[in-house]
Design a protein around this ligand. Sequence first.
Ligand code: G
Ligand code: G
Ligand code: MN
Ligand code: NA
Length: 253
Amino acid sequence: LTLENSIRRALHHNEFILYYQPQIDVETGEMIGVEALLRWNHPTLGLVPPGKFIPIAEETGLIVAIGEWVLRTACKQNQAWIDAGYKPIKISVNLSTRQFLKRDLVDNLQQILQETGLEPRLLELEITESMTMDVDFAIEVLGELKKLGIGICIDDFGTGYSNLYYMKLFSIDRLKIDQSFVRDIMTDSIDADIVATIVAMAYNLGIDVIAEGVETEDQLNYLKRLRCREVQGYYYYRPMPADELAPMLGSNG
Ligand code: G
Ligand code: G
Ligand code: MN
Ligand code: NA
C-alpha cells in the first residue's frame, strides 16, 4: 500500500483525529481559544504526527478532502462544547495552501457553519504569509471570509514573506509569532528583539498577537513584559484529545 493510498483509506476509515491545544490570556489566565491539530491514529503505527503525512497529502491534493474534514470536525466539536454548557471559545484551524486556493473554499465554509450551527466569530483560520503572495486573490478571499465573520490569523509570522503594508489591506485579526523566535528569546538578543518588534507592530496596526511555543516561565515573563497578551505552548498545555480538554473549559454563565 502506498502512503497515498493509506492516507485515502484513513480518511474513509475515520483514522484521523483532532487534538486541541489551549490558547491562554496571560493577564486573566483564562483559556480564550484552542488550535485544532491533526493526528493520524494509524491501526498499527499508532499516532502519526502531521509532519509525516501532510507533505504527501499536499502533493497528491488529498489535503483538500482532509482539510474539509478538519474544518467540519473542528466546527462540530466547538459547537458540541457550547451545547454541553461550556463557555464559548474560539477554535483555530490550520489551512493548507491548496485549500486556500480552491474557488469553493468560501461556499464550503458557509455550508459547514450552517450545518454545525457554529457562530462564525468562533472560528479562526490560520494561514501563512506565503498564501498571500497573489495579493489581489488574497484580498478577495480574505475579504469574503471577513464578510462571513470568520477570523484570520497569520501563522508562523516572521518566517516568510511579510509585507507589512498588506497586513493592513488583508484585514488580519491576529498574528501568531512563530515558535522558532520564541524558543531562544532568553538567549538570543536578535530573536528577543524580533519578538518585541512584532508585538509592537501588531499593537500599532490594531491586530491581536499570540506567541506560540512558550515552554518556560522565563519566556512567559518576557512576553508579559512586552504586553503580549496571548500565548500557546507546552508551558501551559500540550495538544490533547477533546475529552481531556472539555473539563478545562469553564461553564457558561
Ligand atoms: O501538531 P504539530 O506541531 O505536529 O503540527 C505540525 C505541523 O502540521 C504544523 O505546521 C501545523 O500547522 C500542521 N498542521 C497541523 N494540523 C493541521 C491541519 O489540520 N491542516 C494543515 N494543513 N496543517 C496542519
Ligand atoms: O505551524 P503551526 O503553528 O500550526 O504548528 C504548531 C505546532 O507546534 C504543533 O505541532 C504543536 O504540537 C507544536 N507546539 C505547540 N506548542 C509547542 C511548544 O511549546 N513547544 C514546541 N516545541 N512545539 C509546540
Ligand atoms: Mn498553526
Ligand atoms: Na507556527
